[in-house]
Ligand binder design. Structure first.
Ligand SMILES: Nc1ncnc2c1ncn2[C@@H]1O[C@H](COP(=O)(O)OP(=O)(O)OP(=O)(O)O)[C@@H](O)[C@H]1O
Ligand SMILES: [Mg+2]
Length: 290
């Protein structure tokens, strides 16, 4: 699907429930138009993962997701040979050949697509056009980052026993990071970069109203305002949009239509996840809701 402008992309994202500001819409548009990966960095809960999900839905493309973690390697990310099935195949060949097995032919027949298990990166090359989400790349090791470079440069990978797999249409690649460590320049250089901020007050109210059915404007405004104040308090873990949504849902579940100090004190656990943060905020509840 082609998109004419950042504004059109923002509209398409809006129609699937993702509210993009100008910066996000422009970054997404350019990634699409220039065929470059989009590297999204930002605090937890600023909408990085859901941007990739939203892009896939808005552009009507399949989403292929690779969740990174410490120790992730090519076998988990790219492909594996289906060893048990290869063995079975070999046994079957032996049995049917009455002891006359042509070793070279047998070997060749083992390294065919039948026995190739595609993991997300390979699947994305085979499936494209699609959105490939490489989520939380900062959790992976340096070597894994280096391994991604060829794929991002060429939209192709080489499998030694099989040959090259090249995408017919380059996937739209979205990488995300919480910046628990710096990602290498070599990787960043290949990408367009966008730093996601927490949404402004107006956009957060709008997000809450979209994501939490039956949430009135007044309560949405109170929750978003309080969350914005919490983000200015230098807490150990400032709340993201996910926490605002949780808080609004908790308040509705308790039948509340207003956020006052008593109910805020009871429900703060929806939005703060460290006891130090809870203690600090409980001592200043009046300011939070003023
Ligand atoms: N712009 C937005 N429009 C609609 N929903 C949003 C937006 N930003 C965040 N959200 C909602 O906030 C929640 C958290 O977003 P998401 O999981 O994408 O954050 P994240 O940046 O990937 O966080 P983490 O770093 O913890 O993985 C989701 O429920 C998502 O739907
Ligand atoms: Mg995420």
């Amino acid at each position: 699907m082609t998109v004419a402008s950042p504004e059109k992309l923002a509209e398409a994202l809006d129609s699937v429930g993702y509210l993009a500001d100008d910066g996000i819409a422009t970054a997404g548009f350019l990634a699409l138009r220039l065929g470059r990966p989009l590297f999204c960095e930002g605090e937890p809960g600023t909408g990085k993962t859901s941007l990739a999900l939203g892009l896939a839905e808005a552009l009507d493309m399949p989403l292929i997701r690779l969740q990174c973690h410490e120790g992730i390697d090519a076998a988990q990310a790219l492909y594996e040979w289906d060893f048990p099935r290869q063995l079975l195949h070999l046994r079957a060949l032996e049995a049917s050949g009455n002891g006359h097995l042509d070793v070279e032919t047998a070997e060749q027949s083992l390294y065919t697509e039948r026995f190739l298990l595609s993991r997300p990166l390979l699947k994305a090359l085979q499936t494209a056009p699609c959105v490939l989400l490489i989520d939380e790349i900062d959790r992976a090791d340096d070597e894994f980052e280096a391994f991604l470079l060829q794929l991002l440069d060429e939209n192709a990978v080489t499998i030694p026993e099989f040959g090259e797999v090249r995408a017919e249409h380059p996937p739209l690649v979205v990488l995300t990071s919480n910046r628990t460590r710096e990602v290498h320049d070599a990787l960043k250089r290949r990408c367009l970069y966008h730093w996601l901020e927490h949404p402004g007050l107006g956009r957060e109210i709008e997000i809450l109203r979209r994501k939490v059915p039956h949430l009135g404007e007044a309560l949405a405004t109170q929750v978003a305002t309080a969350v914005h104040r919490l983000r200015e308090m230098e807490l150990l873990k400032p709340p993201g949009v996910a926490e605002s949504i949780d808080w609004a849902q908790a308040l509705l579940a308790l039948g509340k239509s207003e956020l006052d100090a008593a109910v805020a004190a009871r429900t703060l656990g929806s939005v703060l996840k460290y006891s130090e943060d809870l203690d600090r905020v409980r001592a200043k509840l009046d300011k939070l809701l003023a």
